[in-house]
Design a protein around this ligand. Structure first.
Ligand code: ADP
Length: 400
């Protein structure tokens, strides 16, 4: 019998999960999947580590599961599939740890209460991230639960990188740059020495380019600046989020177009970015394959903004020793990587087109002044590792 660690990533309408088994020192993926459409047509799908479907179900439209129904279903499913193993702990991806949570933490009712106070800082994610924790605490109080924060990796940024130029009455309320995608950056920083030990302690810009997209300046394995800030809408244009915007635009929308807060929120989070600019799709693949000039412009704007941010983060680092691409677009889109590397040629970066076409992992030429890597991210494995570490410290009687 092996110990199993469940990783949960709960969003507003879906719950993604991965189950890892402990094999000696390593953690191996056993199965993973998701429950989607929690408030309309609910669906469940789970696959084993080889990609074979091990569970699939669709509920009647109009009878949605909700978060509590989904967690109950998942608990039953896992009970069935874990007969030979012991569920030892659950690790959760939590978007916001505020200024107090700079590292993963074992959850107690008191800590969940603190994290609930951060809901105003991440209203679209935090309440959904926390919901399964309360449900599991009520139904399985003996099960250790661990929170891993998307903000935590950025706590090492210097004060100037975290500050907005606003009066202290406002910044004192927690209005500052936090940064997100920290679990992805932390994972990349943890595996970079296996790819390139000579740059792992140097100055690296990591590009997490997925549906949500951001970039992080990493020095000696620690975050020193990032493109996302107070919320995950800042920085790069994304699938449906606008990225950096002159705050005056928001005043214009409210004053002149008479938009209220919720309408502005919808515009900035769900109707902008690649979708808004192209008028076609938030999916990079669809835009790359489209001949529509607006699709081409959306891709051009995305690449341009990445190039601008690369210059800014390189300045924050005082130079650059390596570039790393990760997440859906970063890992899979050779044309986007090529365009970004062309825009960054001024840094002395020379792409190897053949290596880029096959996805690397090293996609720069030997003579490139800066090596460029493609490294798949694995936030779930990082959460499982943190959860196991905290579990071990609980078992050995140390305070986690
Ligand atoms: P999320 O932020 O939802 O985790 P992902 O990291 O899965 O997103 O990335 C999703 C994005 O990756 C989408 O824009 C998708 O089009 C893009 N993507 C995935 N595969 C490819 C590919 N082969 N070429 C171009 N884009 C791709």
């Amino acid at each position: 019998m092996s110990n199993a660690i469940l990783v949960v990533n709960a969003g507003s309408s879906s719950i993604k999960f991965s189950l890892f088994l402990e094999h000696g020192e390593s953690l191996e993926l056993f199965l993973g999947g998701q429950l989607e459409g929690l408030y309309n047509t609910s669906r469940f799908k789970a696959k084993d580590a080889a990609g074979a479907i091990v569970g699939e179900k669709q509920w009647v439209p109009g009878q949605p599961l909700g978060h509590d129904g989904a967690i109950a279903y998942l608990a039953d499913f896992l009970r069935e599939h874990l007969v030979e193993h012991h569920l030892a702990a659950v690790g959760h991806r939590i978007v916001h740890g505020g200024i107090d949570y700079a590292a993963p933490v074992r959850l107690t009712a008191e800590i969940v209460g603190h994290l609930e106070q951060l809901i105003p800082l991440a209203p679209l994610h935090q309440p959904h991230n926390l919901m399964p924790i309360r449900l599991l605490m009520a139904n399985h109080p003996e099960l250790p639960q661990v929170a891993c924060f998307d903000t935590a990796f950025h706590c090492t940024q210097p004060a100037v990188a975290q500050a907005f130029a606003l009066p202290s009455e406002i910044t004192g309320r927690g209005v500052r740059r936090y940064g997100f995608h920290g679990l992805s950056y932390e994972y990349i920083a943890s595996v970079l020495p296996e790819y390139d030990s000579s740059v792992a302690q140097g100055r690296v810009v990591v590009l997490h380019l997925g549906n949500g997209a951001s970039m992080c300046a990493v020095q000696g394995g620690k975050s020193i600046a990032s493109t996302m800030a107070f919320t995950a809408v800042d920085g790069l244009p994304m699938g449906t989020r606008c990225g950096s915007l002159d705050p005056g635009v928001i005043l214009y929308l409210m004053d002149e177009l008479k938009m209220d807060t919720r309408e502005v929120e919808k515009l900035l989070y769900r109707q902008s970015g690649l979708l808004g600019v192209s008028g076609l799709s938030s999916d990079m693949r669809a835009l790359i394959n489209s001949a529509d000039p607006k699709a081409k412009f959306a891709v051009e704007l995305f690449v341009y903004r990445v190039g601008r941010e690369l210059g800014s983060l390189t300045a924050a680092l005082g130079g650059l020793d390596a570039l790393v691409f990760t997440a859906g677009i970063g890992e899979h889109s050779a044309p986007i990587r090529e365009s970004i590397c062309q825009a960054a040629a001024w840094l002395g970066l020379a792409l190897d087109p053949v290596a880029n076409a096959i996805g690397g992992p090293c996609i720069s030429k030997a003579e490139s002044r800066i090596p460029v890597w493609v490294i798949p991210t694995n936030e779930e494995l990082l959460i499982a590792r943190h959860t196991r570490r905290i579990l071990k410290s609980i078992e050995s009687g140390e305070s986690p």
